[in-house]
Design a protein around this ligand. Structure first.
Ligand code: FES
Length: 173
């Protein structure tokens, strides 16, 4: 008889523990959902829409120095001469990137031969025909690419960035 009572107490404690665990899991789900929403909100950045140049100013495969989203963030605007993913303009070949290496911020230089941006610091290389994809070196992210649009009169505007620019906690200061 005493033994049966102990088994019964054990069963009740087991069920109570299960209820506590279920409640905890539900609370964690609510907390988890709240955090995900907070991160989404933090990721929203208001970018300025800055005029960079006009299509008529560009020569094929010759980068033009620009600054975006402000003058302290150097970049290049390039008419590659062949259509690429993310390229704008009538030929789908105009792209723009930050030229601060994502590794330690050295200034990148353009190689017109293979259309890459190259770092003199530790030799990271980025493919301008593939959205700034890193193809070699110490960096741990692709090159920030500026989002472009072209107006009817040929003016080229930047209005966004797809990666974090080196040295910044937010692309827009
Ligand atoms: Fe460019 Fe190190 S700063 S690879």
């Amino acid at each position: 008889m005493k033994c049966n009572r102990l088994v019964d107490v054990g069963r009740r404690q087991f069920l109570r523990g299960g209820l506590v665990a279920t409640a905890g899991a539900a609370a964690a789900t609510v907390v988890g959902t709240g955090q995900a929403q907070a991160q989404t909100a933090l990721a929203l950045v208001d970018y300025p829409a800055n005029r960079l140049a006009n299509i008529a100013d560009l020569a094929a495969n010759e980068p033009m120095d620009i600054g975006y989203p402000d003058a302290d963030s150097p970049g290049v605007l390039i008419k590659l001469g062949n259509a690429v993913d993310g390229g704008v303009g009538p030929d789908g070949d105009i792209v723009a990137f930050s030229v601060l290496c994502p590794h330690k911020g050295w200034m990148l230089s353009y190689n017109a031969g293979d259309r890459t941006l190259n770092c003199p610091g530790h030799h990271s290389r980025f493919d301008c025909e593939s959205g700034g994809q890193q193809i070699w070196g110490h960096a741990t992210q692709n090159l920030p690419q500026f989002r472009l649009r072209v107006e009817d009169d040929g003016d080229i505007f930047a209005d966004g960035v797809d990666e974090l620019i080196y040295g910044r906690l937010s692309n827009v200061l």
